[in-house]
Design a protein around this ligand. Structure first.
Ligand code: AMP
Length: 400
């Protein structure tokens, strides 16, 4: 069997994550990150053949310049020879894309037309696409959308109760994000549970710096906690999650806040950071909680309560439950948060296996409950890069 190596590019607003991996095995050849782009400290870190390297990029390096350097590294190590495709993570596909697609001029135009819904991310994604097209002009380029998996949500789940024209004329609706991750871990969970994916009722909790919860029924997303933007839903590292929209009026009228200040408050200063007054990093908060810091304990209580409430709500679209999946940096590593959430959801019949829960960290996956009947809780490390590589390889092999 020929190598099916795929270059995966994930352009964030000021970062570029990359990897070359085998679409069949998931084995990684090279992985890395260009960070602090468009700042003095722009740098590139990568790991190749067990060696970790960090190099400074020129001050204020752009995504384009980071990609140019990445291409040099790839070519210097002759890694381009086994590539069969480039897979791009694209944050927002609006209502246009229900699955991954080979990138054409039309696809790029639609991504550009969707910039109003993801003003920080879609432009960076387009830069990544155009740079990769130039550097690897014979390879198929594939877009994998963070929103695509959630396009199966029914209308009653994705509409806001707002004047309908806002949806019709401006696309104001719930889209959901982290779709690639939810899809990947749900499929893995079906393998662990030894049941066909298409027959299961699953809830997946992706808990990283951004957090979202998705209800998956018979293989498709039927509801998810993020909305028009990734701000809606459960409490996150620095994002508030759900709030009363009346807060906007209070902050503008009573405290004189501008729209920009409110946006910063809700996206960058809230969540675990705002509540704990300490950090957005869950490890720091857990350590402070164990050391008796009451503010840290409060942040964890709010985080877990709101998360458990969101999970319980998804019994409505699912009607039943076979598995609850924890993933993302917190979901994969925090024994404490999993235990608190499962304890609050005892009515489902979960019986936590404390030993399995304490062992499930640092990339270990498995079932962490021991009840004989009813749903199981699982820890499944996410692997968005592999999912992107698999989609890109499958589409590339169709067009080659
Ligand atoms: P991600 O965005 O998926 O990389 O996840 C980042 C989050 O995972 C941060 O809040 C980290 O503090 C959290 N995290 C990573 N390792 C641990 C751990 N061992 N215990 C608790 N939280 C962790």
């Amino acid at each position: 069997m020929l190598d099916q190596h795929v270059l995966v590019l994930n352009c964030g607003s000021s970062s570029l994550k990359f990897a070359i991996l085998d679409a069949q095995s998931g084995d990684e050849l090279i992985t890395g990150l260009a960070e602090c782009l468009i700042s003095e400290d722009a740098r590139l870190k990568y790991s190749y053949q067990g060696q970790k390297q960090t190099e400074s990029l020129i001050a204020n390096a752009s995504h384009q310049q980071a990609i140019t350097r990445l291409v040099d590294i790839i070519k210097a190590n002759k890694l381009e020879r086994s590539l069969i495709a480039v897979g791009h993570r694209v944050v927002h596909g609006g209502e246009h894309f229900t699955q991954s697609v080979v990138i054409t001029e039309h696809v790029k135009q639609v991504i550009a037309d969707t910039i109003s819904l993801a003003p920080l991310h879609n432009p960076a994604n387009l830069v990544g696409i155009e740079a990769a097209e130039k550097a690897f002009d014979t390879l198929p380029q594939v877009a994998v959308f963070d929103t695509a998996f959630h396009q199966t949500m029914p209308k009653h789940a994705y509409l806001y109760a707002l004047p309908y024209e806002l949806y019709q004329q401006h696309g104001v609706r719930r889209y959901g994000f982290h779709g690639t991750s939810h899809h990947y871990v749900a499929k893995q969970a079906a393998t662990v549970l030894q049941q066909p994916f298409e027959t299961l009722a699953l809830i997946s909790a992706h808990l990283g710096n951004g957090c979202s919860v998705t209800a998956i029924k018979n293989g498709v997303s039927v509801d998810t906690s993020m909305g028009l933007t990734p701000l809606e839903g459960v409490v996150m590292g620095t994002r508030s999650g759900d709030i009363d929209p009346g807060l906007f009026n209070f902050l503008t009228q009573q405290l004189g806040y501008s729209a920009v200040k409110i946006d910063t408050l809700l996206n960058k200063q809230s969540g675990l950071l705002g509540l704990s007054k300490l950090s957005n990093d869950c490890r720091t908060i857990e350590d402070a909680h164990l050391a008796g810091n009451a503010q840290a304990s409060l942040a964890l209580e709010v985080f877990c309560y709101r998360l458990a409430k969101q999970i319980a709500a998804y019994v409505v679209p699912l009607g039943t439950l076979d598995g609850l999946i924890f993933t993302g940096g917190i979901g994969e590593n925090s024994q404490l948060i999993r235990q608190k959430v499962i304890d609050s959801l005892n009515f489902f019949g979960f019986k936590l296996n404390e030993q399995a829960n304490s062992q499930a960290r640092f990339g270990q996956s498995g079932v962490i409950t021991s009840n004989q009947t009813g749903p199981q809780a699982l820890v499944i490390p996410t692997n968005e890069e592999w999912m992107i590589a698999r989609d890109a390889a499958a589409l590339a092999l169709e067009v080659i």
